[in-house]
Write a protein that binds this ligand. Structure first.
Ligand SMILES: NC(=O)c1ccc[n+]([C@@H]2O[C@H](COP(=O)([O-])OP(=O)(O)OC[C@H]3O[C@@H](n4cnc5c(N)ncnc54)[C@H](O)[C@@H]3O)[C@@H](O)[C@H]2O)c1
Length: 323
């Protein structure tokens, strides 16, 4: 496959690119390297990817269709893994335009590129568990009604699914939407709770917990996701457009996360407890039977072991061996 991979300097993009490159595929990576979180972490991920001969990188903002077309045209791209997005729920309260720009305009530009390319056979794109809204029940199924996004982030991800559906119907572009559930692991995202807790614990600072009694997340280890991506990308859906949950299907409470991070760090944290944040959902819980049936998706990683691997990476990356 010749793959256009957007958001390649991001957490999941980095791991996915590594996997595709190791399997001998060509990856044309794009990312705007924005400063939503530490740019040097994005650059370090890119430096790892640049060891592969079959990798090329273009610093491009996907909301700029002229720049995107200039980077991607004429390369006979056969597949697109579209992961670039403005992520995070809380940031969307203060930076709404960034979400529509990257997640709606950017997604449209990817679809337009595919439409006019004449070579793209299949697009797999990142959606999110957040499209299910604020629900107490579970597990969430792909066939559930999703019309109540609790944040602007969720609204833009749902919009992405709608754009994809319309382009499949209008132009026959085969697409697969991937609803990721709280993905974590080495090289992870510094804005996510497990990363923030680890940071604070090693700095000896207190951690802040928002509504810990109420919060449950279906934490999913990044390798469990990446293991299934080659099969998904290589398989355009017969129906034209399908959406799959990719989660662990075993939710943990926020307090279980804190306990596991403390064990992985070998230290306990001082805790400040606050109420629920605007836009947050209480619960995520994936039914993954469709991905299991169609791709053999079988997430295996236990939270404690996954966090142990994350903390091991964290210590090495930030040179904390002696702590
Ligand atoms: N990590 C999770 O738990 C999770 C859960 C649900 C959905 N997702 C989705 O999965 C995808 C990947 O997430 P991630 O965790 O790797 O996030 P990430 O922030 O680490 O990666 C996204 C990358 O996209 C890039 N980007 C953002 N806007 C861009 C633009 N306009 N043009 C070009 N590049 C741009 C960023 O610089 C970043 O490197 C995203 O679409 C996200 O919404 C992630």
């Amino acid at each position: 496959m010749i793959i256009l991979l957007t958001g390649v300097a991001g957490f999941i993009g980095f791991h996915a690119a590594n996997r595709f490159l190791s399997e001998g595929h060509e990856v044309i990576g794009v990312d705007n390297l924005n400063d939503y979180y530490d740019v040097s972490l994005k650059q370090a991920r890119l430096a790892e990817l640049q060891r592969h001969e079959n990798f090329e990188f273009h610093k491009v903002d996907i909301s700029d269709h002229v720049a995107l077309d200039a980077a991607a045209s004429g390369k006979a791209i056969t597949h697109i893994l579209h992961l670039a997005a403005q992520a995070g729920v809380r940031y969307s309260l203060d930076n709404p335009h960034a979400y529509v720009q990257a997640n709606v305009m950017g997604h449209l530009n990817i679809l337009e590129f595919a439409r006019h390319s004449g070579t793209v056979e299949h697009i797999a794109y990142a959606s999110s568990s957040s499209v299910y809204g604020d629900r107490e029940d579970g597990p969430f199924k792909e066939t559930d009604k999703v019309r109540s996004p609790a944040s602007l982030y969720a609204a833009t991800k749902l919009s992405g699914e709608m754009l994809a559906e319309s382009y499949q119907r209008l132009y026959g572009i085969a697409q697969t939407g991937l609803r990721f559930f709280t993905v974590y692991g080495p090289w992870g995202r510094p804005d996510m709770a497990y990363f923030i807790f680890t940071d604070k614990i090693f700095k000896g600072e207190p951690i802040t917990l928002f509504a810990p009694e109420e919060m449950r997340r279906d934490f999913t280890y990044v390798d469990d996701i990446v293991d299934v991506l080659p099969k998904i990308l290589a398989t355009p859906p017969g129906s034209g457009h399908e959406i799959y949950n990719l989660g662990n299907s075993k939710p943990n409470t926020l307090m279980q996360l804190v306990d596991a991070v403390e064990v992985a760090c070998g230290q306990t944290a001082e805790k400040i407890v606050l109420g629920k944040q605007k836009g947050d959902v209480s619960n995520t819980f994936a039914d993954v039977s469709a991905a299991e049936r169609d791709f053999g998706f079988n997430p295996k990683m236990e939270l404690g072991e996954g966090l142990r691997r994350f903390v091991e990476w964290y210590r090495e990356f930030y040179a904390l061996e002696k702590l």
